[in-house]
Ligand binder design. Structure first.
Ligand code: AMP
Ligand code: GLY
Length: 421
């Protein structure tokens, strides 16, 4: 098979690493890819939002399958355009991707299908938002409706902060993404990331992990896209995972199909494990980053039949995917200033060493100079990942590797996995 992979982050490097091991693969091309991905396959400099360029590239390489990494490509309709061209796509249409790209759509969808999630209201004016806030108690959860690069959620401890967040969003801080605000009931519990593959009709569980979203040790500091992950996450017991799938994920995929909006690709359910069971914090229309990295390390066997069946149909006829008994940990090495103002350009040494069979370093935000020097070029720069017999061994291996990498100004959390250890 010829496969086109879209994206350039650590998630896509992990997908490329796994896809490249498939005996079904003839040719893998990534767009735009990264220095890390370029070590595994061909790359082409086409942007993830350049739909015309990507469709042309897919045709040019006679792609049998296109695998979409980031939501940005989904939002601009890459799956719709590939469908018109008759090319199977792992990833939902722009309309189905609203499960990620519109929080208002998703909250209304959850209400229509009685999916377990926080109570909410959607507002376009400060007065209407204030009237709803009058009925709630602190902490208040305020969200911009659209995509806001992970920054569109405010957990306000006081009413004054809540009003300020509403004013800020409706005032245009996130552009049109903040034209509507969603205000939610605050849910108490531990968070977990649950993944399912979907083929438009049905879904199968595809692993789970826990992420650390805050920038600094002890879950302090600003919210980020994720500073580290581990899988399995013991807090999501098999019974809870089964319940999340049955109560929140499968009915969502069936509901999308029933509404004439079939969902294909991976559905990422962000769960809050509350006293009354798993409840949805959000859906995403893509793999988590860096959750995908630990899932790829733990996935036993070939991923390509699963990606192909999600794109083309027939997931129900595949055997359940196998997972290694081992644990996997991913530690994010981020650039100074991440997440607000990451500093680019630092020269990185030692990231491409041979770390042995259980450790893999994925590139999340790197660029290579003409002279071959690897440089930081993004907020999250490297994902240092390892497998181990248990979480402790995986974590020790990941930290042993990260300590050998020279990245001036880079920082990482020293406590990935603490909740489970
Ligand atoms: P989101 O971008 O929707 O994932 O929200 C970012 C983070 O805010 C989540 O990972 C949670 O930690 C927190 N959060 C969002 N919604 C709620 C809620 N209704 N109750 C409690 N925490 C929430
Ligand atoms: N790691 C969280 C996310 O991908 O949204």
């Amino acid at each position: 098979m010829n496969i086109l992979l879209i994206g350039s982050g650590g998630r896509e490097h992990a997908l490329a690493w796994k896809i490249a091991q498939s005996p079904l693969l003839t040719r893998l091309v990534a767009a735009p890819g990264s220095p890390g991905i370029a070590g595994l396959c061909e790359t082409r400099p086409v942007k993830v939002t350049d739909v015309d360029g990507l469709v042309a590239l897919a045709k040019d390489i006679a792609a049998d399958l296109v695998v979409v990494g980031p939501e940005a490509a989904l939002e601009v309709g890459i799956a719709d355009r590939l469908a018109e061209a008759g090319i199977p796509c792992f990833g939902p249409t722009a309309s189905a991707a609203r499960l990620e790209t519109s929080k208002a759509f998703t909250k209304d969808f959850c209400a229509r299908h009685a999916l377990p999630t926080a109570d909410y209201g959607v507002f376009e004016t400060a007065d209407a938002a204030a009237a709803f806030l009058d009925t709630q108690t602190a902490p208040y959860v305020i969200k911009a409706d659209g995509l806001a690069a992970g920054k569109g959620v405010v957990i306000a401890q006081t009413r004054a902060e809540a009003d300020a967040a509403v004013a800020d969003m409706l005032g245009g801080r996130f552009g049109s993404a903040g034209a509507r605000v969603v205000i939610e009931e605050f849910m108490h519990g531990e968070e977990a990331s649950f993944f399912a593959l979907c083929d438009g009709e049905t879904a199968i569980p595809f692993g789970y992990a826990q992420d650390h979203k805050r920038a600094y040790d002890g879950d302090e500091g600003p919210n980020t896209g994720g500073m580290g992950t581990y899988s399995p996450a013991p807090v999501l017991t098999p019974a809870l995972a089964e319940r999340a799938f049955r109560e929140a994920v499968l009915p969502a995929v069936q509901g999308m199909a029933a509404e004439g909006n079939p969902y294909r690709g991976v559905l990422y359910a962000g769960l809050m494990l509350t006293a009354t069971g798993p409840r949805l914090v959000e859906f995403n229309a893509r793999f988590g980053d860096p959750e995908c990295q630990v899932l790829m390390l733990r996935l036993a066997g070939d991923i390509v039949p699963y990606l192909k069946a999600a794109a083309e149909g027939g997931l129900a006829s595949l055997p359940a995917p196998g997972w290694k008994d081992e644990s996997a940990v991913c530690v994010v090495y981020a650039a100074e200033g991440y997440p607000d103002a990451p500093k680019s350009g630092a020269a990185i040494a030692g990231a491409e060493a041979d770390f042995g069979p259980d450790t893999v370093v994925f590139h999340a935000g790197t660029a290579r100079d003409g002279d071959g020097t690897l440089r930081a070029s993004g907020g999250r720069v490297l994902n240092v990942c390892a497998l181990g017999a248990d979480l402790r061994e995986a974590r020790d291996r990941a930290y042993a590797a990260i300590e050998t990498i020279d990245f001036p100004g880079g920082f990482y959390r020293g406590d990935i996995g603490w909740r489970a250890l």
